[in-house]
Design a binder for this molecule. Structure first.
Ligand code: NAD
Length: 456
């Protein structure tokens, strides 16, 4: 394999051997599931080593998530992949019309380090289900996971079906110079722009799964105890390194102290009094991100946590109170276990402040007032989100997952993954026995009357 030519290599195979039929896709996905199960303990070990993830978190958010995605695809693929007959208007009599789902061809998938197994394989399942050949680039910052992914994929797919490229910037740049039929990227908004520019050179369609600051708005009717419990879970899962983690909380000023007291309670309940000894609390991926996060802290505003150990890349769950929009922590996506709380006096003002931000990947609303729920949800644009919960919307394969505006372009999960990697080819099929003369010149008044009769 020559890195500078991987797209052509797969394209040649695609042209020479044709696309995969539905049965072979089902067979490959079934085998992929078996091989993942075979390596379950190695995957768990890799994620412990790359990010300090607990076995439970790894199963719930990485392995189990992928198994579910495969199961759902296995169950539905035959129906998604069927050629569909659609209605044909009378004017096109006696032809018939069809939609043929067809794979794009050769797809490039680039993935990040924070859920390095799930975010690599989840779009991969969609790409394979749609019948594509794939170049897969796992993240260079989760090396053990990258290596186990390579092992798994090599046991299931041949080199003319899927090519794994391990590596960083240089390798990705070499890939981006090549012509792919589709590029699917998960990562930061900044790198998303680089990807889209490269794709534009060949007019290659893209899906960009990006990030940004996802707000959590607590309205005064909210159940504060439940809100604190679910925010603490969604924020400190994977030590805050989750693209859809609540980035910050807006709360009525009078409820701020009560909310922080409950947050503190749940942080201790989840991870114990000494969080660094908890097996359930992961680490920051590397020193670069540790240092970046440390810079965001304002010691006087820390209400909970604030413990940092650089040698271990450990940052304990940290809550900052009375945060204002001009604080450094509010300038960019946090992507770590720091939760700023911004108190507000007026709900409409708080909504306005959210509307001033770029459209977020996720939005969370805590409220027991259904009228307010409807009003707020209809006012705020966002990729996906929850009412009275956080993060969990991702677990429903019937909900497409993706951003809007600077948080992303396109979406996937469940059938949307199949749609993303499929071109729906339209086909009108005619016979030769009947040939209605209306459309052919020379035109006359009678033909005009007929066309006006049909197309009113
Ligand atoms: P990143 O953008 O730094 O890197 C993602 C991938 O892009 C990596 O594989 C990397 O090798 C490659 N890359 C990095 N710089 C590049 C460049 N200049 N040119 C070409 N390729 C380059 O993102 P990350 O640090 O791995 O992940 C964190 C970001 O990803 C956060 O912003 C987070 O919100 C976002 N994210 C989004 C989702 C989502 O589903 N929407 C999921 C996870 C993470």
């Amino acid at each position: 394999m020559t890195l500078s030519n991987v797209a052509n290599q797969l394209r040649e195979a695609h042209q020479n051997y044709g696309r995969f039929d539905v049965n072979s896709r089902l067979e490959k996905l079934g085998l992929l599931k078996k091989v993942i199960l075979k390596y379950e303990s190695e995957i768990t070990h890799a994620l412990r080593s790359d990010l300090g993830k607990s076995a439970f978190e790894t199963y719930a958010t990485e392995i189990g998530f992928i198994l579910e995605e495969i199961n759902y695809t296995l169950k539905n693929l035959s129906s998604w992949a069927k050629i569909k007959k659609v209605k044909t208007p009378l004017t096109l009599f006696p032809g018939k019309s069809f939609i043929h789902p067809e794979p794009y061809g050769v797809v490039l998938l680039i993935s990040p380090w924070n859920y390095p197994f799930q975010l690599c394989l989840s779009p991969f399942i969609g790409a394979i289900a749609s019948g594509n050949r794939v170049v897969l680039k796992p993240s260079e910052f989760a090396l053990e996971t990258s290596s186990i992914i390579k092992k798994i994929i090599s046991e299931v797919f041949k080199e003319d079906e899927v090519i794994i490229v391990e590596g960083g910037l240089e390798e990705t740049q070499t890939l981006l110079k090549q012509k792919f039929d589709y590029i699917f990227f998960t990562g930061s908004t900044g790198v998303g722009k680089v990807i889209m520019k490269a794709a534009a050179e060949n007019l290659t369609p893209v899906t960009l799964e990006l990030g940004g600051k996802s707000p959590c708005l607590i309205e005064e009717s909210a159940n504060i105890d439940i809100a604190a419990k679910r925010v603490a879970w969604g924020k400190f899962l994977n030590a805050g390194q989750t693209c859809v983690a609540p980035d910050f909380v807006l709360i009525p000023a009078k409820l701020q102290d009560q909310f922080i007291e409950r947050l503190n309670y749940y942080i201790t309940t989840f991870y114990g009094l000494d969080v660094k000894t908890s097996h359930d609390y992961p680490r920051i991926v590397n020193h670069r991100h540790f240092d970046r996060l440390e810079q965001l802290l304002i010691p006087e505003k820390i209400a909970v946590g604030g413990q940092l150990i650089r040698e271990e890349n450990f940052i304990g769950p940290t809550v900052m109170k009375n945060v204002v929009w001009s604080d450094k922590v509010m300038q960019d996506e946090i992507f770590g276990p720091i939760l700023p709380i911004i108190p507000y006096e007026n709900l409409q003002e708080a909504i306005k402040q959210i509307l001033n931000l770029p459209k977020p990947l996720a939005f969370y609303l805590f409220s027991e007032d259904s009228e307010k729920q409807n009003q707020i949800i209809s006012m705020i644009p966002f990729g996906g989100g929850c009412i009275n919960d956080t993060v969990i919307h991702l677990a429903n394969p019937n909900l497409p997952f993706g951003g809007v505006g600077t948080s992303g372009i396109g979406s996937y999960h469940g059938q949307k993954s199949f749609d993303t990697f499929t071109h729906y080819k339209s086909l009108y099929q005619q016979g030769s026995l009947v040939d209605i003369p209306l459309r052919y010149p020379p035109y006359n008044e009678q033909k005009m009357n007929w066309i006006k009769f049909f197309l009113r």
